[in-house]
Design a protein. Structure first.
Ligand code: AMP
Ligand code: GLY
Length: 423
């Protein structure tokens, strides 16, 4: 098979690494990819949202499957673009339809979906600018802190959690007046939930499903979960509190109703469902849906899958997932993100990265990197993910921390407390 993978981050590096191991794969292309995917696949200089060029590339290179890494092409409808074009209709796209991608693309859509299908989530109401007074009243009914969410995609920045009512009202008004552009023309206000979060990944062919290893990511830049949010500073899998009792509740109350809900609503969905969950005293609630794999969660989840991953993806495409095996590794995997100093604020790029050859006992997944004159340079805030296995979480962490030291670039930073809150 010839596979085209869309995206350029650590998630795509991990997916490419795994896809390439399959003996089903003849050629793997990554668009646009990074310096890491260049080593294992063929990078293609195309944007993941340039659908006409992707079509042409797919035809010219006899692509048999398109795997979509990030949310943006999905929310923009790449699945439907392929489905509706007779020339490429037969090339399966792993990812939901445009309507299905609304589970991530619109928080209001996701909340309505959960309400309609009785899926546990925080109490909420949605408002636009003409309803400002009603929105203020709803805020007054809630207890602090107040959770304000831009309805649309806002590059992970669209959620504000505010202690003070007056400040929440002021921020709400600014959001509705366009703080996040069109994304915040509608704002979801919801009840604050207190608990510990985890990420559950489900692969579905629209009918049956497989639950992938559960992970926890660490979003804040600072140790002890302090400071601004990032794309994710590290991840651990499995997650101690997501035990069999918890996961049974997740499956019965969330996963099955989600898959059944998609069917009832006639939403075409063949791809990954990422459930951002919170355990409120042992009871799982949905914080958010995403329609893709998480980053950096993929860098721990994928290495824990022992089965042939391409067979699973073919099972999705052919709606035959239930007859496809999923076997997982029983070890722990952890990943530590090495980021550029200053991230998630301003940071510099084009710093040379060295030390790769000194590492033999971790998987090194590139995120924001590029190749220039034979050198690997930093090209983003999150630069390298160092993933390690261990019989325990701490054993895996010790290996990743040791190797995080060996990779060098100017102003490298990483959190040294990943996994601190898990048993
Ligand atoms: P989201 O983009 O919806 O995942 O929100 C970003 C982060 O805000 C989540 O990962 C949570 O840490 C936090 N968050 C979102 N909604 C709530 C809520 N209702 N209660 C508590 N924390 C929340
Ligand atoms: N790590 C969270 C995300 O990918 O959205």
């Amino acid at each position: 098979m010839n596979i085209l993978l869309l995206g350029s981050g650590g998630r795509e590096s991990a997916l490419a690494w795994k896809i390439k191991q399959s003996d089903k794969v003849a050629n793997l292309y990554v668009a646009p990819g990074n310096a890491g995917t260049h080593e294992i696949a063929t990078n293609v200089n195309l944007s993941a949202t340039d659908f006409p060029s992707i079509k042409q590339f797919a035809l010219d290179n006899k692509i048999d499957m398109v795997v979509v890494g990030p949310e943006e092409p999905l929310v923009r409808g790449i699945y439907d673009f392929f489905q509706n074009d007779p020339d490429i209709k037969n090339i399966p796209v792993i990812g939901p339809s445009k309507e299905g991608a609304q589970l991530e693309g619109s928080k209001d859509f996701a909340k309505q979906f959960m309400q309609r299908h009785n899926i546990p989530t925080a109490r909420y109401k949605s408002f636009s600018l003409p309803q400002l007074d009603e929105a203020y009243k709803f805020l007054e009914e809630l207890q602090p802190p107040y959770v304000l969410k831009a309805d649309g995609l806002a590059a992970g920045k669209g959620v504000l959690i505010i202690e003070d009512l007056k400040e929440a009202k002021a921020e709400l008004k600014e959001m509705l007046q366009g703080m996040f552009g069109d994304a915040s023309k509608t704002v979801v206000i919801e009840e604050f939930l207190s608990g510990i979060e985890c990420s559950v990944f489900v692969l579905t062919d629209g009918d049956s499903y497989k639950i992938l290893p559960v992970a926890k990511d660490y979003k804040r830049i600072g140790e002890g979960d302090t400071g601004p949010n990032t794309g994710g500073m590290g991840a651990v899998s499995p997650v101690s509190f997501a035990d069999d009792v918890f996961m049974k509740k997740v499956e019965e109350r969330i996963i099955i109703p989600t898959i059944e809900g998609l069917k009832q609503d006639k939403i075409d969905y063949k791809g990954f469902i990422f459930l951002g969950l919170i355990s409120v005293q042992g009871e799982p609630m949905v914080i958010e849906y995403n329609v893709r794999m998480g980053d950096p969660e993929t860098e721990v989840v994928i290495p824990l899958i022992k089965s042939d991953f391409v067979s699973l993806l073919v099972g999705v495409a052919n709606q035959n997932l239930k007859n496809t095996d999923l076997e997982n590794d029983d070890r722990f995997a952890v990943t530590i993100m090495l980021v550029a100093g200053g991230y998630p604020g301003d940071y510099e790029k084009n710093k040379e990265i060295t030390g790769f050859d000194n590492i033999s006992d971790s998987l090194v997944f590139h995120a924001g990197t590029k190749l220039s004159d034979g050198k690997v340079l930093t090209n983003g805030g999150r630069v390298i993910a160092v993933t390690s296995y261990g019989k325990t979480k701490d054993e895996a962490l010790a290996i990743s921390f040791k190797n995080a030291e060996k990779i060098e670039f100017d102003k490298k930073y990483y959190r040294k407390d990943i996994g601190f809150d898990l048993k």
